[in-house]
Design a binder for this molecule. Structure first.
Ligand SMILES: NC(=O)c1ccc[n+]([C@@H]2O[C@H](COP(=O)([O-])OP(=O)(O)OC[C@H]3O[C@@H](n4cnc5c(N)ncnc54)[C@H](O)[C@@H]3O)[C@@H](O)[C@H]2O)c1
Length: 317
């Protein structure tokens, strides 16, 4: 029935009730749209300024090995996005490390009030399998910044040989980089952190420290990553009372040059890896950003000797 006919058929009090809804509805709609505009404005403000301060990497000097590309580079990006302006990129070739630094600064200054001169990002050539080379790299870090707060040992390699086919010199090289390289990096980091009151060290392990990858054979890699994980726990206990924390970040299958090299020879392998991962996909390097900032920053200040796995659920099935 049309509203005018309805109002004539009802007593005056009921007519008032019948006429009321349109005003209430209009009022309610206006209220909802005001509220949603207000919530949107608050969310926009919160996105810009509200982050738990403990996650900030501002005023921290960070050193990342194996950072000219891959996960190491992504860790640098995550630190810069979290406010870090003093950062050393350590990798085999100094010019590649420097180039990565320039890319980082360019990205950080785009759409931001930051200027390139606000950043002190250096590239340092270093072979982590050489103790001397790592010591020299840390000397340069200390000469440049005078301190070091957060160190990530990400340099590492993988190779797939069956145990019977793996040449010994290559096994030795893998351990020299993945295990001894992590040890030299952690030791030099701690040597410099302890006199200044502490710091955070993150060793990049792998889910391979916990499971045996299939179908590709990689026994020395898996054993090396298990060693890295237990090394982090052991160093954590040695240095716990000296303010130096040591944790492991263990990624699952991530899309970087390291895995792309393996997949280049075997396209089916990617599908196999994805089907073995509960989340059904390989990780993108930026999927590790939150975890690395958590471990490297004061947000994890009561955490040491732990492993954080970021593997799309791989290890739980
Ligand atoms: N990509 C993955 O799926 C995956 C999964 C689990 C763990 N990881 C681990 O993450 C770390 C980084 O892997 P990525 O995928 O970024 O690999 P990547 O090959 O893309 O990058 C590795 C970087 O380390 C550098 N590097 C190699 N040997 C070095 C040495 N002797 N000294 C200094 N730098 C050296 C390389 O030049 C390169 O820039 C490794 O420790 C790897 O084992 C990777």
């Amino acid at each position: 029935m049309a509203p005018s006919l309805l109002s004539r058929a009802l007593p005056s009090t009921s007519r008032a009730l019948v006429r009321a809804p349109p005003r209430t509805v209009v009022h309610q709609r206006r209220h909802n749209s005001d509220l949603s505009a207000k919530l949107n404005a608050v969310a926009a403000k919160a996105r810009v300024v509200k982050t738990l301060p403990d996650f900030s990497m501002a005023n921290k000097v960070a050193v990342i090995t194996g950072a000219a590309r891959g996960l190491g580079y992504e860790f640098c990006r995550a630190f810069v996005q979290s406010g870090c302006t003093s950062l050393a990129i350590v990798d085999l070739k100094e010019d590649e490390a420097e180039h990565a630094g320039q890319e980082l600064i360019k990205a950080a200054c785009a759409d931001s009030e930051m200027e390139p001169s606000d950043y002190r990002i250096v590239g340092i050539g270093c072979d982590v399998s050489s103790e001397l080379s790592v010591q020299q790299a840390f000397r340069r870090v200390m000469d440049t910044y005078g301190r070091v707060d957060s160190v990530v040992a990400s340099a590492g390699i993988v190779e797939n040989y069956s145990a019977f086919d793996y040449p010994f010199d290559r096994i030795k090289r893998l351990y020299d980089i993945n295990v001894h390289g992590a040890f030299f990096t952690a030791r030099e980091a701690a040597r410099n952190m302890i006199p200044q009151g502490g710091g955070s060290i993150v060793l990049v392990g792998s889910m391979s420290a916990n499971i045996v990858n299939i179908p590709q054979p990689q026994t020395p890699y898996n054993a090396a990553k298990a060693a890295v994980k237990h090394m982090a726990a052991s160093l954590a206990v040695e240095w716990a009372k000296k303010g130096v924390r040591v944790n492991t970040l263990s990624p699952g299958y991530m899309l970087t040059k390291l895995t792309r090299t393996i997949l280049a020879h075997d396209q089916e392998l990617k599908k196999t890896w994805e089907s073995l991962t509960p989340m059904g996909r390989m990780g993108e390097p930026e999927d590790l950003a939150g975890a690395i900032v958590f471990l490297a920053s004061d947000a994890s200040r009561f955490m040491t000797g732990s492993e954080v796995r970021v593997d799309g659920g791989y290890c739980v099935i």
